[in-house]
Each structure stands twice: as structure tokens, then as C-alpha cells.
Design a protein. Sequence first.
Length: 438
Amino acid sequence: MTPTQVASLVVLAGILVISILRKVNIGIVALAATLVMITATHTDVTKTLSKFPASLVILIIGVTLLFAHAERSGAINWLVGHALRWIGNRHWLIPWGGFFLGAALSTIGAFPTAPISLLLPILAKISRSHRLNYLPMAVVCVLGSNAAGLSPLSPAGALIQTLIRNAGLTYSPWELYGVVMLMHIVIAAAILVFVGVRQDTKVPVPVLTSGSGLLTDDVSDSAQPSPADAAPADAGVRPACAQRYLYASLASLIAFVIITVAFKLDVGLTAVTLAFLLQIVFRPPEKELLSKVPWNVVLLLGGLVIYLSLLDTLGTIKAIESALAGIGSAALLILVVSYTTGLISNMESSTLGVLGVMVPVALTVAGHSPTGVTAVLVAVVMSGAVVVMSPLHIAGALIIANTPDNNADQVFRRLLIWSVVLTIVIPGIAALYPILLG
């Protein structure tokens, strides 16, 4: 490994340290580091900046705007309300309702934080009215929402596709999604079995009503949330259009999935087009919808992908691959990468940032077969994703913020313990998947 390549790795470590300790967006630090490295190495700046992940940025903007329309029109509340009505008094289904509702919304492109923010207050309300254990319900919801973020229609899944494409490799994105989802289901089931959800069947099940998104406990079993009721009163559209706006948003979500999966059109451009049609027809306040776009994530991914592309140009990735090949034991390498990912994920609150750094490293031990690449990705993704309920992550903070009965301190301690245990256990188990597949 040349001095330049060593220096590029030292700078990468510095990017992580600064972003963690100083709470600076990792994309900003990465872009500043890119200037330092291209100046020191006399690398062509135009070639470096040409690696900006435009398709990934368009995907983030498009799916966020489309989901914002669905949320503002009341379509999301309507879907959640009907799902809770279907659950009825089957209390054991409530945690799984949170899991699969969060997973469904993340699968179609929502950032996991969005369904988590929507569903946790509902679960907290249900836990109070049913005298159920809030914490396992909340953690299971987070696991479902986060696992589905690996969908090719979602930003995390699109980031991995970009990194794989830049490395000149191929893999099965839906296989990765399915395996990760199955593993999260097993983890969620284990949590519910060992922790339990205390039940009181005498308490009626609350349902989601009206556009306020609040839960009420005094609705009769025969009540059904209608599309008109689900549309928010302040949606910024004429009352006569509210129901049509809701139906159109639901239809757009369905069309989005069909067009991108069945016809394989570009995910980002499809989402932008559908969001544009909704905007033109129903005219909700555009400024509010644009404020939903996570520009900080766009900056994070843009800066990180550009710096990683610079590492590839400098030959650093190839040098890492050669160095790791000298160790000889593929199983040991996978274990090291998995546990390193889990450790960094505990310190860095952005799962996208962790995956952006660790996936290129993992690919150096993945070989060239699509099956091998997919298997190693499973190990890395699982190692980085399962600790999202840590209090240091946004999801963990949201769990604590919605804790009922002034029990936040106890929930904080338990989440911290759970995240430590999962960091010790899950990377080793996840690493078995590529090891056993050979």
C-alpha cells in the first residue's frame, strides 16, 4: 500500500471521528477531505466530482415528495386506521401490526424515520389503554421499519446499489431485502417471546380516526375510518377535492410500485413524475412538501460517495482487497468486518453513513459472484442495522420521547443494554450466513 493510499485511509478515519465527536454532517466533512486529497494527490477534480450520485439524489427527492403527498392527503392515516381496525382485540397482533405497517411504508420508499415517527405515538397510546408493554412494541416497530429500508425503492437500498455498481459487481437486491427482513422477523419474535406483551382483554381497541392522526378509545366496533375522514382538514386543498386527493395518493403509491418493479423504470424519476402530477392537480403548498426532503441526507450521501470514489481512483480499495487477501481466512475476515460495522454503528447515528463506509470494505472479501456479494451484504447490513434502537440513534430517541407514564429513564437504560447485547450477538450470527454459503 502506497503512502498516498495509507493517507487516504487515515483521512477516512478522521472523517468518521470528526463527524461523531463534533456532530458534523459526515457529507460536509467528506467533501472538505476530498478537497484536501485531490490537492495533495493532483487528482482531476472534474473526474472526482463526476462521481456525484445524481440518480441516488433524485430517488431520495422523488420518494420523499411522493410519501409527503400520501401523508398530507391522509392516505397514510387511512391505511394505518384500517390496519388497526383489522387487528381488533387480537392483542398479540399489535406489535406485528407496527412491524409490518412500518415495513410496508419503508418498502415503498419512505425513510424509516417517517413511519417510526408516525407509529410510535400510536403504539404508546395503545400501550396505555391496554396496559401493554410499550418498549418491545416500539422496538419491534423500529425493526420492521428499518429492515424494509433495504428495499431497492428506498434510499438505503439505492445507496447499496450505487456502491455495488461503482465496484463493478452485481447482486440480488430483492434477495438481500428478503433475507434481512426474515432475520429481523426472527429477532422481533425473540424479543416478544422473551420480554412479552402484557395483555388486558377487557379494554377496547382504539382506532385511528380523522385527519388529526390521533387515537380515540370511544369509537364503536362498527365504526370504519373513511377516506374522507382520513384527509386532513388543513391539507391546503379545497374540501371537495380532499377525498379525490386521498384516492389519487393511494393510486400513486400503487402505481409507483407496479411501474418500478414490473416495468423496471427509474425509481427516482418515476416518483418525481407521480409527485409532480399530484402537485399539479391538487396544488397543496409546495414549500411544505419540499421541507420534507431530507437535504441533510442528500449532503451526507453525496459527500461520502464522492470521497469513496476518490479512494477507488487512488487504488485504495484494491490495496485493501490485496491486504485482506493475505490473511487467508475468509471466515475471519467476514467476522472482523461484521463486528467493525456493529461497533461503528453504535457510535455513528446515521445507518446510511455506516453502510456507505463499510459496504466498500466488505466487498473486498465478497468475491465476484452475485450470491457471494449478496451474502456478505447481509452480514454487513445486519451488523449495522439492528442497533438502531440505541439511544444514540434517532429511532432510539423517538422511542424514549414517546414513552408513556414518565418511564423514560428506565427505557433509556434498557435500550442501551439491548443495543450492547445485540452488538455482541448479531454480527457473529449474521457472519454465519456468508460463511455457511461458502
